[in-house]
Design a protein around this ligand. Structure first.
Ligand code: FAD
Length: 574
């Protein structure tokens, strides 16, 4: 994405503070709504107190899913919409979202049959572990929702013998395995950046700023703070959108509105470097329950394995970090399914936690809280002369539908017509994407011949950026063939392209979100030095500024991700 410099964007906004729509929060729902409005020609500004996609949207289980579990709650409309959005994301973002075979190992026959009726009667405290019959019914109904589009294959049930043939390391007490399909997004943050890029390409009427927070609002004025310079400035929007996810009620408090829209639940994940476990799951995600019906997943994240997730009520979203109890719980649960694979803390390369911005509910099991989304409108009043639309709830998977729904509310308020639907729009590097094997090979060969670079390099770029690989090759020229000295297979030109074009303001933006370097455990003291050096060159950081960025990164890794670095001498293992 090519955008004006941050200074130019800030200057332009300060000189023209009268704007159509101001969106607070650049998680996937804020970004999605920003794109939708930008494509309708509305002048819109998106701000986030931190980096793009750094809140709940950076903490997901990386599943693009219809929510097979919600069938049991009778939430058929939610599942139908999510399945449709799952299919759209697979079709509209083929380089970043792929079909994911998801396997339930099943240890019981009839258990869980009463979950749905008890839920219906409102007397279910905690669901019990689902057995073969309940899971089979769920998979049949799930297939029914997707039968027309056939974006993913139908489910398969296997008996013990066949299951152990496919997964030899599985607990031999398994009765069946049931495999159905959802979608995998190994890098949600990159999808968010590509959606953002599409919005910015719509024209100068749409501008985004990371590291700008909402401070307060009064009458027709909203006070914003540039977190980099410490300077504040005012804008006068006609409409305010509160897309602050788990922080929605806190943002509303800042603008003089008392709301109780959100009940946040914390979820944590850890990423393991455990080749045995990675081999045991193949390209499948394993999805299973403990005895009280809580879900655990083992997800193939490129060469690593991601484990998640918990679902614990939490008051302050800023407190969300993984605890030792959660790590022990995950290890214990994996031991139940793969009893002979040894696990220990030294295999952890990364951990992350976040808060689901779920609609407010009192009590009950957290897994039973609806993942539905709703737009809550607050009308102008004597204190704030601007309507506020709060985007409450939702899932990553259905961000497009939620954004369209929110944009419709806003267009209606502004008296504007929808010009374009996002339903069939390709996202970012999916535009002009070659689909069949032969088309793909021809496309890659043309790129390789035009730019005279190694075929592996072209292929890697294509996997990560789709057809946007061509722009990167054009911009970086021969530099694209230089690998980082400390991380073979990662191109120096690719890193430079990201820093130049994707609003990398801090070192952690690059390492934690624009790339998967930290998630895949590739950051050592040496690679940190090399990467911070490249950042310093491109951004013109002084030595002092570069050191500050490295310290900031190490502190974030320690505080938010529980990863210790022995500054410049160790590696990133715990
Ligand atoms: C553990 C976990 C697992 C999940 N797994 C999945 C999954 O596998 N699949 C799926 O579909 N969904 C999943 N979800 C749900 C999904 O991730 C969320 O519903 C979605 O990301 C919410 O996006 P959002 O934009 O509403 O909120 P966020 O991404 O949190 O964005 C809100 C933004 O507001 C900003 N903000 C806050 N205060 C201010 C302020 N004062 N000024 C400016 N900005 C501010 C924050 O910095 C933040 O970036 C999961 C969620 C969690 C937490």
């Amino acid at each position: 994405m090519t955008i004006q410099s941050r200074e130019d964007r800030l200057k332009r906004i300060k000189e023209n503070p009268e704007i159509g729509v101001l969106i607070i929060g650049a998680g996937i729902n804020g970004i999605g709504t920003f794109r939708d409005l930008a494509l309708q020609g509305i002048d819109v500004i998106l701000v986030d107190r931190g980096d793009y996609c750094s809140g709940a949207s950076a903490a997901s289980s990386h599943m693009v899913h219809g929510g097979i579990r919600y069938l049991e709650n009778g939430e058929f409309r939610l599942v139908r919409e999510a399945v449709q959005e799952r299919n759209r994301l697979i079709e509209n973002t083929p380089h970043l979202v792929k079909p994911l075979p998801t396997t339930f190992p099943i240890f019981k026959w009839l258990s869980g049959l009463l979950n749905a009726p008890l839920k219906f009667l409102g007397v279910l405290e905690r669901p019990s572990e689902r057995g073969a019959v309940v899971i089979k019914i769920g998979m049949v109904v799930y297939d029914f929702f997707t039968r027309k589009q056939q974006t993913v294959p139908k489910h398969i049930f296997k008996n013990r013998k066949e299951s152990l043939r496919q997964f030899p390391a599985l607990n031999p007490e398994v009765l069946f395995t049931g495999t159905y399909y959802d979608g995998a997004m190994p890098s949600p943050e990159r999808i968010a950046i590509e959606v953002l890029g599409d919005a910015l390409e719509a024209g100068d009427h749409a501008a985004a700023l990371n590291y700008v927070s909402l401070v307060s609002a009064e009458t027709d004025r909203v006070l914003l703070l540039d977190e980099l310079s410490g300077e504040s400035f005012e804008v006068n929007p006609k409409v305010l959108v509160n897309a602050a996810g788990p922080w929605i009620d806190l943002v509303n408090t800042r603008i003089g509105k008392t709301t109780d829209f959100i009940s946040g639940t914390k979820g944590s994940h850890l990423i393991l470097d455990n080749p045995e476990l990675r081999q045991a799951i193949g390209e499948n995600e394993l999805f299973f329950e403990n005895k009280d019906g809580r879900i655990v997943l083992i997800f193939p994240l490129l060469g690593k394995v991601m484990i998640g997730t918990s679902d614990l009520r939490i008051e302050d979203p800023d407190d969300a970090v993984i605890t030792e109890e959660e790590v022990d719980y995950f290890f214990e649960m994996i031991g139940r399914v793969f009893p002979n694979i040894s696990l220990d803390n030294s295999q952890i390369v990364y951990t992350f936690s976040g808060v689901r911005p779920l609609q407010h509910t009192e009590g009950g099991a957290t897994g039973q809280i609806s993942r539905n989304h709703v737009v809550k409108a607050s009308q102008p009043d004597e204190l704030l002369d601007i309507p506020v639309f709060s985007l409450v709830g939702g899932k990553w998977t259905s961000f497009r539908a939620f954004s369209e729904h929110a944009a419709d509310h806003i267009l209606n308020y502004l008296g504007k017509e929808r010009k374009i639907s996002t339903g069939k729009l390709s996202i970012g590097g999916s535009k002009d994407y070659p689909h069949g094997t032969a088309e793909k090979e021809a496309y890659l060969q043309t790129l390789q011949e035009s730019f005279q670079v190694e075929s592996d390099m072209v292929k890697n770029l294509f996997i990560s950026y789709g057809t946007h690989a061509k722009t990167i090759l054009k911009e970086q020229g021969p530099l694209i063939s230089d690998n980082l000295k400390t991380i073979p297979g990662i191109s120096t030109g690719e890193i430079k392209h990201i820093i130049l074009n994707e609003d990398v303001l801090h070192l952690d933006d690059l390492i934690l979100r624009r790339t998967m370097l930290a998630k895949l455990g590739l950051i050592t003291s040496e690679s940190l030095q090399e990467i911070s050096g490249i950042c310093a060159d491109v951004r013109g950081w002084s030595r002092r500024e570069t050191e500050d960025e490295v310290i900031r990164f190490i502190e974030i890794m320690k505080r938010n991700h529980k990863m210790e670095f022995n500054k410049f001498i160790g590696d990133n293992r715990r």
